[in-house]
Design a protein around this ligand. Structure first.
Ligand SMILES: NC(=O)c1ccc[n+]([C@@H]2O[C@H](COP(=O)([O-])OP(=O)(O)OC[C@H]3O[C@@H](n4cnc5c(N)ncnc54)[C@H](OP(=O)(O)O)[C@@H]3O)[C@@H](O)[C@H]2O)c1
Length: 297
Protein backbone atom coordinates (compact mmCIF):
# COMPACT_ATOMS: atom_id res chain seq x y z
CA UNK A 1 0.00 0.00 0.00
CA UNK A 2 1.36 3.35 -1.02
CA UNK A 3 0.93 4.97 2.38
CA UNK A 4 3.39 2.59 4.05
CA UNK A 5 6.17 2.80 1.45
CA UNK A 6 8.22 5.36 3.42
CA UNK A 7 10.94 7.72 2.21
CA UNK A 8 11.84 7.38 -1.46
CA UNK A 9 15.16 8.22 -3.09
CA UNK A 10 13.98 10.92 -5.46
CA UNK A 11 17.24 11.84 -7.15
CA UNK A 12 16.62 10.17 -10.51
CA UNK A 13 19.37 12.04 -12.36
CA UNK A 14 22.39 10.57 -10.63
CA UNK A 15 24.26 8.23 -12.94
CA UNK A 16 26.74 5.55 -11.91
CA UNK A 17 28.46 5.14 -15.27
CA UNK A 18 31.98 3.73 -14.86
CA UNK A 19 31.32 3.09 -11.17
CA UNK A 20 31.78 -0.35 -9.65
CA UNK A 21 29.36 -1.58 -7.00
CA UNK A 22 29.36 -4.77 -4.90
CA UNK A 23 26.10 -5.88 -3.26
CA UNK A 24 26.05 -8.86 -0.89
CA UNK A 25 22.85 -10.93 -0.89
CA UNK A 26 21.79 -9.40 -4.22
CA UNK A 27 19.72 -12.41 -5.27
CA UNK A 28 16.67 -11.51 -3.16
CA UNK A 29 14.73 -8.77 -1.40
CA UNK A 30 16.35 -5.38 -0.87
CA UNK A 31 19.68 -6.40 -2.38
CA UNK A 32 18.12 -7.46 -5.69
CA UNK A 33 16.15 -4.21 -6.00
CA UNK A 34 19.25 -2.15 -5.20
CA UNK A 35 21.14 -4.11 -7.88
CA UNK A 36 18.46 -3.38 -10.51
CA UNK A 37 18.58 0.35 -9.77
CA UNK A 38 22.40 0.58 -9.72
CA UNK A 39 22.58 -1.35 -13.01
CA UNK A 40 19.93 0.93 -14.57
CA UNK A 41 22.07 3.92 -13.67
CA UNK A 42 25.08 2.48 -15.48
CA UNK A 43 27.14 0.84 -12.71
CA UNK A 44 29.07 -2.37 -13.12
CA UNK A 45 27.32 -4.45 -10.46
CA UNK A 46 28.88 -7.44 -8.69
CA UNK A 47 26.44 -9.69 -6.86
CA UNK A 48 27.95 -11.60 -3.91
CA UNK A 49 25.65 -14.58 -3.25
CA UNK A 50 25.97 -17.99 -1.63
CA UNK A 51 23.70 -20.06 -3.90
CA UNK A 52 24.89 -20.12 -7.56
CA UNK A 53 21.50 -21.18 -8.96
CA UNK A 54 19.53 -18.50 -7.10
CA UNK A 55 22.20 -15.97 -8.02
CA UNK A 56 22.04 -16.76 -11.75
CA UNK A 57 18.22 -16.64 -11.77
CA UNK A 58 18.27 -13.23 -10.08
CA UNK A 59 21.10 -12.01 -12.34
CA UNK A 60 18.95 -12.73 -15.41
CA UNK A 61 16.06 -10.82 -13.82
CA UNK A 62 18.34 -7.87 -12.99
CA UNK A 63 19.69 -7.83 -16.57
CA UNK A 64 16.12 -7.90 -17.97
CA UNK A 65 14.76 -5.20 -15.67
CA UNK A 66 17.74 -2.86 -15.89
CA UNK A 67 18.57 -3.27 -19.57
CA UNK A 68 22.24 -3.46 -18.51
CA UNK A 69 24.83 -6.02 -19.64
CA UNK A 70 27.14 -5.23 -16.72
CA UNK A 71 25.87 -7.41 -13.90
CA UNK A 72 28.18 -10.16 -12.67
CA UNK A 73 27.66 -12.93 -10.16
CA UNK A 74 30.44 -14.11 -7.85
CA UNK A 75 29.96 -16.80 -5.25
CA UNK A 76 30.18 -15.48 -1.70
CA UNK A 77 29.23 -17.31 1.47
CA UNK A 78 29.58 -14.85 4.33
CA UNK A 79 29.49 -17.78 6.73
CA UNK A 80 32.91 -18.92 5.47
CA UNK A 81 36.13 -16.90 5.69
CA UNK A 82 37.60 -19.03 2.90
CA UNK A 83 34.70 -18.12 0.60
CA UNK A 84 35.05 -14.40 1.47
CA UNK A 85 38.77 -14.46 0.69
CA UNK A 86 38.15 -16.28 -2.58
CA UNK A 87 35.39 -13.77 -3.56
CA UNK A 88 37.77 -10.85 -2.97
CA UNK A 89 40.57 -12.53 -4.92
CA UNK A 90 38.30 -13.13 -7.93
CA UNK A 91 36.83 -9.63 -7.75
CA UNK A 92 40.30 -8.05 -7.65
CA UNK A 93 41.33 -10.08 -10.67
CA UNK A 94 38.39 -8.55 -12.57
CA UNK A 95 38.30 -4.92 -11.39
CA UNK A 96 40.82 -2.28 -10.35
CA UNK A 97 38.22 0.00 -8.75
CA UNK A 98 35.38 -0.27 -6.23
CA UNK A 99 33.21 2.79 -5.56
CA UNK A 100 30.37 1.38 -3.47
CA UNK A 101 30.32 -1.68 -1.22
CA UNK A 102 26.82 -2.55 -0.01
CA UNK A 103 26.90 -4.90 3.00
CA UNK A 104 23.30 -6.05 2.67
CA UNK A 105 23.06 -9.84 3.15
CA UNK A 106 21.61 -11.10 6.38
CA UNK A 107 19.93 -13.91 8.26
CA UNK A 108 17.21 -13.35 10.85
CA UNK A 109 16.06 -15.48 13.77
CA UNK A 110 17.43 -18.73 12.39
CA UNK A 111 17.70 -21.90 14.48
CA UNK A 112 20.99 -22.22 16.36
CA UNK A 113 23.74 -22.75 13.82
CA UNK A 114 27.40 -21.94 13.36
CA UNK A 115 29.49 -20.62 10.49
CA UNK A 116 32.30 -22.67 8.98
CA UNK A 117 34.76 -21.24 11.52
CA UNK A 118 32.39 -21.88 14.44
CA UNK A 119 30.77 -18.48 14.99
CA UNK A 120 27.10 -18.12 15.88
CA UNK A 121 25.29 -17.66 12.54
CA UNK A 122 23.94 -14.09 13.03
CA UNK A 123 27.15 -12.76 14.56
CA UNK A 124 29.27 -14.67 12.05
CA UNK A 125 27.33 -13.83 8.87
CA UNK A 126 25.74 -10.43 9.49
CA UNK A 127 28.72 -8.95 11.32
CA UNK A 128 32.00 -10.90 11.07
CA UNK A 129 31.50 -11.86 7.42
CA UNK A 130 30.95 -8.24 6.39
CA UNK A 131 33.75 -7.11 8.70
CA UNK A 132 36.26 -9.36 6.94
CA UNK A 133 34.91 -8.60 3.46
CA UNK A 134 35.12 -4.83 4.01
CA UNK A 135 38.62 -4.98 5.46
CA UNK A 136 39.88 -7.06 2.54
CA UNK A 137 38.43 -4.47 0.14
CA UNK A 138 39.75 -1.36 1.92
CA UNK A 139 42.77 -0.87 -0.35
CA UNK A 140 40.69 -0.87 -3.53
CA UNK A 141 38.07 1.37 -1.89
CA UNK A 142 40.82 3.85 -0.96
CA UNK A 143 42.28 3.73 -4.47
CA UNK A 144 38.80 4.50 -5.86
CA UNK A 145 37.92 7.35 -3.47
CA UNK A 146 35.53 9.03 -3.17
CA UNK A 147 33.89 5.75 -2.31
CA UNK A 148 31.30 4.50 0.16
CA UNK A 149 30.69 1.51 2.44
CA UNK A 150 26.95 1.10 3.06
CA UNK A 151 25.89 -1.34 5.78
CA UNK A 152 22.27 -2.45 6.13
CA UNK A 153 21.41 -2.61 9.82
CA UNK A 154 17.95 -2.42 11.39
CA UNK A 155 15.81 -0.51 13.84
CA UNK A 156 16.12 -3.80 15.74
CA UNK A 157 19.49 -2.53 17.01
CA UNK A 158 17.37 -0.69 19.58
CA UNK A 159 16.78 -3.97 21.42
CA UNK A 160 20.26 -5.30 20.74
CA UNK A 161 22.92 -5.74 23.43
CA UNK A 162 26.56 -6.70 22.92
CA UNK A 163 26.83 -9.74 25.13
CA UNK A 164 30.52 -9.39 25.99
CA UNK A 165 30.49 -12.54 28.13
CA UNK A 166 28.85 -14.73 25.52
CA UNK A 167 29.00 -12.93 22.18
CA UNK A 168 28.99 -16.27 20.36
CA UNK A 169 25.88 -17.49 22.23
CA UNK A 170 27.59 -20.61 23.57
CA UNK A 171 25.97 -20.49 27.02
CA UNK A 172 22.51 -19.37 25.96
CA UNK A 173 20.98 -19.01 22.49
CA UNK A 174 17.96 -16.82 21.76
CA UNK A 175 17.44 -16.24 18.06
CA UNK A 176 16.03 -12.70 18.34
CA UNK A 177 18.75 -11.56 20.73
CA UNK A 178 21.33 -12.93 18.32
CA UNK A 179 19.75 -11.04 15.40
CA UNK A 180 19.44 -7.73 17.30
CA UNK A 181 23.02 -8.03 18.57
CA UNK A 182 24.26 -8.50 15.00
CA UNK A 183 22.32 -5.44 13.79
CA UNK A 184 23.81 -3.37 16.63
CA UNK A 185 27.24 -4.68 15.57
CA UNK A 186 26.51 -3.35 12.03
CA UNK A 187 26.13 0.23 13.31
CA UNK A 188 29.08 0.07 15.72
CA UNK A 189 31.20 -1.34 12.88
CA UNK A 190 30.19 1.43 10.45
CA UNK A 191 30.85 4.06 13.13
CA UNK A 192 34.30 2.82 14.07
CA UNK A 193 35.26 2.19 10.43
CA UNK A 194 34.47 5.87 9.70
CA UNK A 195 36.95 6.90 12.41
CA UNK A 196 39.68 4.71 10.98
CA UNK A 197 39.06 5.95 7.45
CA UNK A 198 38.99 9.68 8.15
CA UNK A 199 40.89 11.58 5.46
CA UNK A 200 40.91 8.68 2.99
CA UNK A 201 37.81 9.69 1.01
CA UNK A 202 36.09 6.41 1.92
CA UNK A 203 32.90 7.21 3.85
CA UNK A 204 30.60 4.87 5.75
CA UNK A 205 26.81 4.75 6.13
CA UNK A 206 24.58 2.49 8.24
CA UNK A 207 20.83 2.29 7.76
CA UNK A 208 17.46 0.88 8.68
CA UNK A 209 15.57 -0.06 5.49
CA UNK A 210 12.08 -0.17 7.08
CA UNK A 211 9.80 -3.16 7.59
CA UNK A 212 9.77 -4.95 4.27
CA UNK A 213 7.96 -7.91 2.83
CA UNK A 214 10.94 -10.12 1.89
CA UNK A 215 12.16 -13.67 2.45
CA UNK A 216 13.94 -12.56 5.62
CA UNK A 217 11.07 -14.07 7.63
CA UNK A 218 11.83 -17.56 6.25
CA UNK A 219 12.78 -18.92 9.69
CA UNK A 220 9.60 -17.78 11.43
CA UNK A 221 7.05 -20.42 12.42
CA UNK A 222 5.17 -21.34 9.16
CA UNK A 223 1.75 -20.86 10.83
CA UNK A 224 2.66 -17.38 12.03
CA UNK A 225 4.07 -16.59 8.59
CA UNK A 226 0.87 -17.67 6.86
CA UNK A 227 -1.35 -15.77 9.30
CA UNK A 228 0.81 -12.66 9.03
CA UNK A 229 0.90 -12.67 5.21
CA UNK A 230 -2.00 -10.19 4.76
CA UNK A 231 -0.47 -7.92 7.44
CA UNK A 232 2.92 -8.00 5.71
CA UNK A 233 1.23 -7.25 2.40
CA UNK A 234 -0.69 -4.24 3.71
CA UNK A 235 1.67 -2.69 6.25
CA UNK A 236 5.15 -3.63 5.03
CA UNK A 237 7.12 -1.90 2.30
CA UNK A 238 7.72 -3.60 -1.03
CA UNK A 239 11.35 -4.68 -1.59
CA UNK A 240 11.67 -1.81 -4.09
CA UNK A 241 10.69 0.73 -1.43
CA UNK A 242 12.89 -1.14 1.04
CA UNK A 243 15.92 -0.47 -1.18
CA UNK A 244 15.45 3.32 -1.22
CA UNK A 245 17.55 4.22 1.84
CA UNK A 246 20.31 1.90 0.66
CA UNK A 247 20.35 3.71 -2.70
CA UNK A 248 20.26 7.08 -0.94
CA UNK A 249 23.30 6.14 1.16
CA UNK A 250 25.08 4.74 -1.90
CA UNK A 251 24.78 7.83 -4.11
CA UNK A 252 23.04 10.90 -2.64
CA UNK A 253 25.42 13.83 -3.24
CA UNK A 254 24.21 15.98 -0.30
CA UNK A 255 25.55 13.39 2.16
CA UNK A 256 28.89 12.91 0.39
CA UNK A 257 30.72 14.52 3.33
CA UNK A 258 28.90 12.48 5.98
CA UNK A 259 30.57 9.47 7.51
CA UNK A 260 29.82 7.05 10.35
CA UNK A 261 26.17 8.08 10.57
CA UNK A 262 22.82 6.26 10.45
CA UNK A 263 19.82 6.76 8.13
CA UNK A 264 16.21 5.70 7.81
CA UNK A 265 13.56 6.61 5.21
CA UNK A 266 16.18 8.50 3.17
CA UNK A 267 16.94 10.80 6.10
CA UNK A 268 19.63 11.12 8.73
CA UNK A 269 18.48 9.55 11.98
CA UNK A 270 19.96 9.31 15.45
CA UNK A 271 20.54 5.66 16.40
CA UNK A 272 20.01 4.53 19.99
CA UNK A 273 22.61 5.80 22.52
CA UNK A 274 24.15 2.32 22.88
CA UNK A 275 24.79 2.35 19.11
CA UNK A 276 26.88 5.50 19.63
CA UNK A 277 29.10 3.96 22.30
CA UNK A 278 32.59 4.54 20.92
CA UNK A 279 34.32 2.45 23.56
CA UNK A 280 32.09 -0.51 22.71
CA UNK A 281 32.66 0.06 18.97
CA UNK A 282 36.41 -0.08 19.54
CA UNK A 283 36.13 -3.19 21.71
CA UNK A 284 34.05 -4.90 19.01
CA UNK A 285 36.51 -3.86 16.31
CA UNK A 286 39.49 -5.31 18.18
CA UNK A 287 37.63 -8.54 18.91
CA UNK A 288 36.49 -8.85 15.28
CA UNK A 289 40.05 -8.33 14.06
CA UNK A 290 41.20 -11.20 16.26
CA UNK A 291 38.32 -13.51 15.37
CA UNK A 292 38.73 -13.01 11.62
CA UNK A 293 42.48 -13.47 11.82
CA UNK A 294 43.21 -9.92 10.65
CA UNK A 295 45.23 -9.31 13.79
CA UNK A 296 46.94 -11.65 16.19
CA UNK A 297 46.87 -9.40 19.28
N1 LIG B 1 13.04 -7.14 5.57
C1 LIG B 1 13.01 -6.29 6.58
O1 LIG B 1 11.94 -5.91 7.09
C2 LIG B 1 14.29 -5.77 7.16
C3 LIG B 1 14.21 -4.87 8.27
C4 LIG B 1 15.40 -4.39 8.82
C5 LIG B 1 16.62 -4.79 8.30
N2 LIG B 1 16.67 -5.66 7.24
C6 LIG B 1 17.99 -6.06 6.72
O2 LIG B 1 18.01 -5.98 5.32
C7 LIG B 1 19.00 -6.86 4.78
C8 LIG B 1 18.42 -7.59 3.57
O3 LIG B 1 17.35 -8.39 4.00
P1 LIG B 1 16.07 -8.71 3.08
O4 LIG B 1 14.90 -8.24 3.85
O5 LIG B 1 16.27 -8.30 1.68
O6 LIG B 1 16.06 -10.32 3.23
P2 LIG B 1 16.15 -11.52 2.17
O7 LIG B 1 15.17 -11.32 1.07
O8 LIG B 1 16.06 -12.75 2.99
O9 LIG B 1 17.63 -11.37 1.59
C9 LIG B 1 18.74 -11.69 2.37
C10 LIG B 1 19.89 -12.00 1.44
O10 LIG B 1 21.04 -12.36 2.25
C11 LIG B 1 21.59 -13.52 1.71
N3 LIG B 1 22.40 -14.29 2.67
C12 LIG B 1 22.03 -14.84 3.83
N4 LIG B 1 23.05 -15.51 4.39
C13 LIG B 1 24.11 -15.36 3.54
C14 LIG B 1 25.43 -15.85 3.53
N5 LIG B 1 25.91 -16.65 4.49
N6 LIG B 1 26.24 -15.49 2.51
C15 LIG B 1 25.79 -14.72 1.51
N7 LIG B 1 24.54 -14.25 1.45
C16 LIG B 1 23.69 -14.59 2.44
C17 LIG B 1 20.40 -14.32 1.21
O11 LIG B 1 20.83 -15.36 0.35
P3 LIG B 1 19.91 -16.68 0.08
O12 LIG B 1 18.82 -16.24 -0.83
O13 LIG B 1 20.87 -17.64 -0.54
O14 LIG B 1 19.41 -17.12 1.42
C18 LIG B 1 19.64 -13.20 0.52
O15 LIG B 1 20.18 -12.95 -0.75
C19 LIG B 1 19.41 -7.76 5.94
O16 LIG B 1 20.67 -7.36 6.42
C20 LIG B 1 18.34 -7.51 7.01
O17 LIG B 1 18.84 -7.68 8.33
C21 LIG B 1 15.53 -6.15 6.66
Amino acid sequence: MKFFQGGQFKNKDIRLDAKVVIITGANAGIGKEAAIECAKRGARVYMGCRDPARMEKARQEILDKSGSQNVFGLELDLASFESIRSFVKTFLSMERRLHVLINNAGVMACPKAYTKEGFEMHFGTNHLGHFLLTNLLLDVLKRSAPSRVVTVSSLGHKWGRINKDDINAEKDYREWDAYMQSKLCNILFSRHLAKRLRGTGVNTYALHPGAINTELTRHLNPCIRTMAKPIFWVFFKTPKSGAQTTLYCAMEPTIASHTGLYYSDCKLKEPEPHAQDDAMAEWLWNLSERLTGLSSH
